[in-house]
Design a protein around this ligand. Structure first.
Ligand SMILES: [Zn+2]
Length: 239
């Protein structure tokens, strides 16, 4: 039971005025998440909170310590790559981690009703949704059916990448992760208020499919992701 979020039975996380301090609830949640990723990367996961006893214990209510707004990619399963279990993560996934109304509503539910202190946008290298959007933009070919909604949601990030002179796919993915963070905060006054009050933080991270490592791309408040030094040290590509 190493969940860093609200203790069981408490109505919500304590309010702080310094969302970036190491002792704030958002910072503790982020540290817990990256610690789980380090266990996963090292090949020594604990698989916490996955036993029958915990399953029964959380049946009456959930207090997840992080919301994950992630890509649907089958290699990006949140509970596996962060080495967590039942009741820990509130996961919202779409191809290309888009931020439409249902995603925004799901995030707001977790932050306001469940009191979750951290929102993480989870993208990854070689993202197929970003590649599909880039191909559509380059050729002018419209994707069929509802796939077009996914591509349309990624296009603003492509335009931003073009304006910033970024044209490699993983650089574009980083921009799309940052864009998704900004969209969540820009479209959800409820989330923005929770962040302004220090009750919540929003972090964008990029996951490497082969290495299994998450790397912070952006954070609001900005000081939060700097806590991630040990994780960076385990990234073979950073050496
Ligand atoms: Zn993807």
């Amino acid at each position: 039971m190493s969940r860093p979020g609200t203790p069981g039975g408490q109505p919500g996380p304590q309010r702080t005025t310094d969302g970036a301090s190491a002792t704030s609830e958002p910072a503790r949640a982020y540290a817990e998440l990256t610690a789980g990723n380090r266990r996963f990367v090292s090949g020594a996961p604990r698989h916490p909170n996955q036993d029958a006893g915990h399953r029964a214990a959380v049946a009456d209510g959930q207090h997840p310590f992080a919301v994950i707004v992630g890509c649907s990619d089958s290699r990006l399963a949140a509970e596996i790559i962060f080495d967590r279990g039942l009741g820990d993560l509130f996961v919202v996934r779409t191809a290309g981690h888009t931020a439409g109304p249902e995603v925004l509503g799901s995030v707001e539910y977790a932050v306001t009703v469940l009191g979750t202190p951290l929102v993480v946008v989870l993208g990854h290298d070689s993202c197929g949704a970003v590649q599909a959007a880039r191909e559509s933009a380059a050729t002018g070919a419209q994707p069929s059916g509802h796939l077009r909604a996914v591509v349309d949601a990624v296009l603003p990030s492509l335009r931003r990448a073009e304006a910033e002179g970024v044209d490699d796919i993983d650089g574009i993915v980083d921009i799309h992760i940052a864009q998704t963070v900004e969209t969540l905060l820009g479209q959800s006054p409820v989330l923005a208020e929770a962040v302004a009050q220090g009750r919540c933080a929003v972090v964008g991270v990029s996951y490497r499919l082969a290495a299994g490592v998450v790397r912070p791309v952006t954070a609001v408040p900005s000081g939060l992701a700097s806590l991630d030094v040990p994780n960076a040290a385990t990234d073979p590509a950073a050496a």
